[in-house]
Ligand binder design. Structure first.
Ligand SMILES: [Fe+2]
Ligand SMILES: [Fe+2]
Length: 165
């Protein structure tokens, strides 16, 4: 049976942009909570730094929407809502325990990995659609997500996991 409408890679790209735009704005609200919840000053600082970077991610996405010729608009992303909710649960359930920071790091890394998969795909699609400038912007954000993920791994390995054990 033929599909009702002919959807294209442009449609996928547009949907993906709306998804990550929503996700970034949710993370803008979630990162200060993670920073506030973290015990270690280094972990607090890492979450705060990434909150500031996330403002830049939102701005870059607005530029990508502009290049694509569409209005910047989000679309509810149940995946990021679930990840943020799990982070919230860890914060409540492990408050005051030695394992709190290890748990918050794991929540942060779940969000980074979600962003990494989305930006990796969107960058490739932007290239395929001939939007080199958009691909470059998406790649800049992707690099910051990867760096944040690595910084969190390092914090986990140097302190949080040992403290939790
Ligand atoms: Fe981001
Ligand atoms: Fe991120």
């Amino acid at each position: 049976m033929p599909a009702r409408t002919e959807k294209t890679l442009e449609d996928l790209f547009h949907d993906g942009l709306k998804d990550i735009y929503y996700a970034e704005r949710q993370l803008l609200k979630a990162l200060p909570k993670l920073a506030k919840g973290a015990e270690s000053p280094d972990l607090k600082a890492a979450f705060e730094k990434h909150r500031d970077e996330t403002e830049g991610h939102v701005e870059r996405l607005q530029q990508v929407f502009e290049i694509f010729g569409k209005r910047a608009q989000g679309k509810t992303c149940p995946a990021i809502d679930g990840i943020v909710e799990e982070g919230q649960e860890i914060m409540e359930e492990f408050k005051g325990s030695k394992a709190l920071d290890a748990g918050l790091i794991s929540a942060g890394q779940a969000a980074e990995h979600y962003e990494i998969t989305r930006y990796g795909t969107l960058k490739r699609w932007a290239q395929e659609l001939g939007m080199a400038d958009a691909a470059k912007l998406l790649d800049q954000t992707l690099a910051e997500e990867v760096k944040t993920d690595q910084a969190l791994t390092q914090l986990a390995e140097t302190a949080a996991n040992r403290k939790a054990a």
